[in-house]
Design a binder for this molecule. Sequence first.
Ligand SMILES: Nc1ncnc2c1ncn2[C@@H]1O[C@H](COP(=O)(O)OP(=O)(O)OP(=O)(O)O)[C@@H](O)[C@H]1O
Ligand SMILES: [Mg+2]
Length: 303
Amino acid sequence: MSTSDTELQQLKGQLEAVTAELEATRAELRQQQELIAGLNATCSDRQMQVVYAQRMASLGALVAGITHEIKTPIGAINSVQDTLARALDKLKQALSEACPEDNRAIAAALRAIEDTSKVIESASARTLEIVRRVRKFAHASGTEMLSTDLHAELDDTLLLLHHELKDRIEVVKRYGDLPEIVCNAGQINQVFLNVLVNASQAIEGKGTITITTADADRHVQVTIEDTGPGIPPEVMARIFQTGFTTKKVGVGTGLGLSICKQIVEEHRGTIKLESEPGEGTRVTINLSKELEPTESASKGGGR
Ligand SMILES: Nc1ncnc2c1ncn2[C@@H]1O[C@H](COP(=O)(O)OP(=O)(O)OP(=O)(O)O)[C@@H](O)[C@H]1O
Ligand SMILES: [Mg+2]
């Protein structure tokens, strides 16, 4: 076996171990969701929010550990790919000297190797980028208020949801000219994530999510509209209630919008939902432009 083969075998082993760990994590999360669903019936709002915060913290720790482990084998794939690309260049050179006349079979084989090598390169680069963003989310439990580019935060959140959305939902971005605002980026991402997950879950089959941003005097405004079935009035009356959900166990805990409201209000902002049944839903989030950064925050942005 060549060195590359051995390395690839080792990487395969490492990836299998990480996959097994992810499976175990999924099972654990399912258990926690069932636990929360059980608590829904008995706990006060505050207790449930504490349970939710703990769940998020333990999820963050799990994700941080797993992404750290994924980073290592993917980094190795990246470097093996680099070696492969250089070896391929040398092979092409040697072959052109050894058999100068056109050999179609060799040319086709080389092209196939080259294409495969490019796929490995872009797939591992993409995986590393996803890992970087997921790690950012996992570490986002800090309390710092920093100057933040909301478009970058929205894009990060969309990247995390890419797998959920890609074949089903078209995302239309109508980004306006926004100044950076001072906020807790981790918490604001949590708001975007929940509203976007709600939109995605509401849309059955194919649909569109439109994200519009605008500078509105003392606020910035982020609007997220979906082409789902809309919200009937009896549900609309209860959407911000802690623990209210119309979703099945394992899908929703009914905490998302109540946490969003709390976070947005802590940012001296507002969140409102508007919907005509059958016409989709529009969520409008206003965030203050007048919050102060935390004193310890270094100048120059929250990313
Ligand atoms: N975009 C939407 N379209 C239709 N219904 C919605 C939409 N957003 C929220 N809802 C309704 O509001 C309810 C409460 O939403 P919320 O985000 O608080 O909880 P959830 O999504 O059910 O669970 P969780 O967010 O905890 O996973 C949902 O169960 C759903 O009935
Ligand atoms: Mg939700």
